[in-house]
Design a binder for this molecule. Structure first.
Ligand code: HEC
Length: 502
C-alpha cells in the first residue's frame, strides 16, 4: 500500500443530479449486433395467448397423467434420475440433477421441454413408451403456468423463510431464483415479460438481509430494478451502464457501480434511496469504478477502478472520499471485493495480475493492504463463507475454482477438470455456511479465455440450449462440487442475503 492517501479530497464530493447525468455512452459494440426480433416475438406471444382456451388444470389431472405414463419409471428407490412423479411433494423435490418443473413457467420446465423439444424425440417415446398427447401437454402447461399448485392449493417454494439465491442470466434477459434448501431453480423472472429488452443484460443482484426485496442491474437497459420477494417489480431507477450492486445494511442506500463493458462510463457511483427509489451520483475522480462493497455498518463504501490501482473509500456520514493506491506497474484490474463476516478483513481479486489482495479494515489508516496472494488467472467474484474461514472464487480464464484458507492466507484447494466449470463469474454462500455457489457463463470465446467453445454441454439437447449457463454447488465440508444447476444463457452476477456477524 502506498502511503500517499489523497486526503486532500475530503469533502470534495460532488453530487450530480439525475437531470444533469452523463449522456448514455454508446461504447458497447454489441449494440450493433442486436437482432431486432423483439416486436415479432411480442406479437407472436400475444397471438398464441389469445388462441389458447382459458382453463386451469389441477393436480388431480396432472397426477392421472403421471400415473398412466410416467410412474412405471419415475417412482420409488429406482426412479430414473432420482425423479419421482408419484406425488406432488416428490415432483417438487426434482431429480438428482435439478428441478422438473418451474412454477409459473411451463416454457422453461424440463417436463415440457423433454416432451416438446428433446432432439432425441419426445420423452418417454424415445424409450419406446407412449408419448404425452397434445392435450396432456396442454394440461401440464396450464397447471405449471398457474403455479403448479398441490391439491390443497400450495405453490412450490412459497415459504418466505426459505433462503434464495438470485442468478442474473445476462444473455437471456432473465433472473433465475434458486431455492438454497434443495439447490434447484424455483422461479424464473423473465424481464422481457416486464417490458425490458431481450438484451437488457441483467448483471448483478443485491438482496435485503431479511429477503424482503431484491435489486438487479440491467447493463444495456440502463436501469436498476427493485422486486419483492414474490418477484413483483415495484420500483426502478435510471443508471448509466450499471454493474455491481451493494446494499447499506443499516442506512437506506443501495449503491450501483459501472459495468466493465463500458469503456468510459461516468466517473461516479449511483446512490439510491431504496425506499423511494430516488437516486444521486457520487462523483469519484476515478475512472471506470467497478468493485463496490459497503462495510457492515454501512459507514464506508469501498470502490475500485478498473483503470487505476486505486481504491476509494466513501464515508457516508461526512461525504468524504479517501483514496488508497495499491502498488503495481500495470493496472491490476480489480474485479470485486468480499468482507469477512466479522467485518475486519476485505479480500479483492484482480483480473490481469491474478492476485487476491487482503485488506485490514480496522487499521487506523483506513484500509491497509496486509497480504497479496498470487492465484490462477482471472479470479472473479470472491465470497467469504459464513464461518469466515474460507474465501472462494472462480478463475474466469482457467475454468477453475480456488479456495483460500484465510487463516493461513494461502490457497487451500484448486478445483479443476470438473463438469460444469465454464468461465466462472459470480459467487454466493448459503446462510448455513455449507454451500458456496459459483455461476458459469459458458460462452463461446475463441480468444483463449476458455479451453474450448461452450465447455459445458447441456444435459439434454433442445436445439436452443448450447450455451446454457450453470451454477455449480460447492460443498464446503468435502470441498467438492456436488451439483451443477443449469440456468439460462450467460449466468453472471448472483445475489443472496449477505451473512454478517455483527
Ligand atoms: C421407460 C421409462 C421412463 C418413462 C415411462 C418415463 N421416463 Fe422420464 N426418464 C427416464 C430416463 C431413463 C430418464 C433419463 C434421461 C434419458 O435417458 O432420456 C428420464 C428423465 C426424465 C426427466 C429429466 C430428469 C433430469 O433432471 O435429468 C424428466 C423431467 C422426466 N424424465 C419426466 C418424465 C415424464 C413427465 C414422464 C411421463 C410422461 C416420463 N418421464 C416417463 C425414464 C422414463
Amino acid at each position: 500500500m502506498a502511503s500517499d492517501q489523497i486526503k486532500g479530497n475530503q469533502n470534495q464530493v460532488w453530487r450530480i443530479r439525475p437531470s444533469v447525468q452523463h449522456p448514455i455512452i454508446l461504447d458497447f459494440k454489441t449494440d450493433l449486433n442486436v437482432k431486432r426480433l423483439i416486436p415479432i416475438l411480442f406479437v407472436g406471444a400475444i397471438l398464441a395467448g389469445w388462441s389458447l382456451p382459458q382453463r386451469q388444470a389441477d393436480w388431480n389431472e396432472v397426477d392421472a397423467i403421471f400415473q398412466a405414463k410416467c410412474v412405471s419409471c419415475h417412482a420409488g428407490e429406482e426412479a430414473a434420475r432420482g425423479l419421482r412423479l408419484d406425488s406432488w411433494e416428490n415432483l417438487v423435490l426434482g431429480s438428482d440433477f435439478g428441478e422438473a418443473i418451474i412454477a409459473y413457467d411451463a416454457d422453461n420446465s424440463l417436463v415440457i421441454e423433454l416432451a416438446t423439444k428433446f432432439s432425441e424425440g419426445s420423452h418417454p417415446e424415445e424409450l419406446g413408451e407412449a408419448a404425452l398427447t397434445e392435450e396432456e401437454i396442454a394440461v401440464l402447461r396450464d397447471w405449471i403456468d398457474s403455479g403448479a399448485p398441490s391439491s390443497d392449493g400450495e405453490i412450490p417454494f412459497s415459504n418466505p423463510d426459505d433462503p434464495r439465491l438470485y442468478v442474473a442470466n445476462q444473455g437471456a434477459g432473465m433472473v433465475a431464483v434458486i431455492d438454497m434448501n434443495t439447490n434447484q431453480v424455483a422461479r424464473m423472472v423473465n424481464l422481457m415479460d416486464l417490458g425490458f429488452s431481450e438484451f437488457s443484460m441483467p448483471h448483478h443482484i443485491a438482496v435485503e438481509e431479511d429477503g424482503s426485496f431484491w435489486y438487479v442491474s440491467l447493463i444495456m437497459d440502463n436501469k436498476i430494478l427493485k422486486f419483492t420477494r414474490d418477484n413483483e417489480l415495484v420500483g426502478q431507477v435510471d443508471a448509466v451502464r450499471p454493474g455491481l450492486l451493494a446494499l447499506d445494511p443499516v442506512g437506506p442506500w443501495l449503491y450501483g457501480g459501472r459495468s466493465m463493458m463500458s469503456v468510459s462510463p461516468p466517473e461516479s457511483v449511483v446512490q439510491i434511496d431504496r425506499e423511494t427509489m430516488e437516486s444521486e451520483e457520487i462523483g469519484l475522480l476515478m475512472p471506470r469504478p467497478h468493485a463496490l462493497l459497503t462495510n457492515h455498518d454501512g459507514s464506508e463504501v469501498y470502490i475500485s477502478s478498473l483503470a487505476q490501482n486505486r481504491v476509494a473509500t466513501y464515508h457516508d456520514e461526512t461525504g468524504d472520499l479517501v483514496f488508497d493506491d495499491v502498488e503495481g506497474d500495470r493496472p491490476h484490474v480489480f474485479i470485486h471485493f468480499t468482507i469477512s463476516p466479522d467485518g475486519k478483513t476485505m479480500v479483492g481479486t484482480s483480473e490481469v495480475t491474478s492476485n487476491a489482495f487482503v485488506f485490514d479494515l480496522e487499521s487506523s489508516e483506513g484500509i491497509a493492504l496486509v497480504d497479496t496472494i498470487g492465484v490462477l488467472r482471472a479470479p472473479w467474484h470472491p465470497i467469504y463463507t459464513a464461518d469466515g474461514k474460507w474465501v472462494v472464487f472462480g478463475n474466469n480464464w482457467t475454468n477453475t475454482i480456488t479456495i483460500l484458507d484465510m487463516e493461513k492466507r494461502a490457497i487451500a484447494k484448486v478445483i479443476e477438470g470438473v463438469e460444469g466449470l465454464a468461465q466462472p463469474h459470480g459467487s454466493a454462500a448459503s446462510p448455513d455456511g455449507r454451500y458456496v455457489y459459483i455461476s458459469q457463463r459458458n460462452l463461446a470465446m475463441p480468444d483463449g479465455h476458455s479451453k474450448e467453445d461452450h465447455v459445458y454441454h447441456a444435459r439434454y439437447d433442445f436445439g436452443d440450449n448450447a450455451h446454457v449457463g450453470t451454477v455449480v454447488v460447492l460443498d464446503m465440508e468435502s470441498m467438492e462440487i456436488v451439483k451443477v444447476i443449469e440456468t439460462e444463457e450467460y449466468a453472471s452476477g448472483m445475489g443472496a442475503a449477505v451473512i454478517r456477524n455483527r
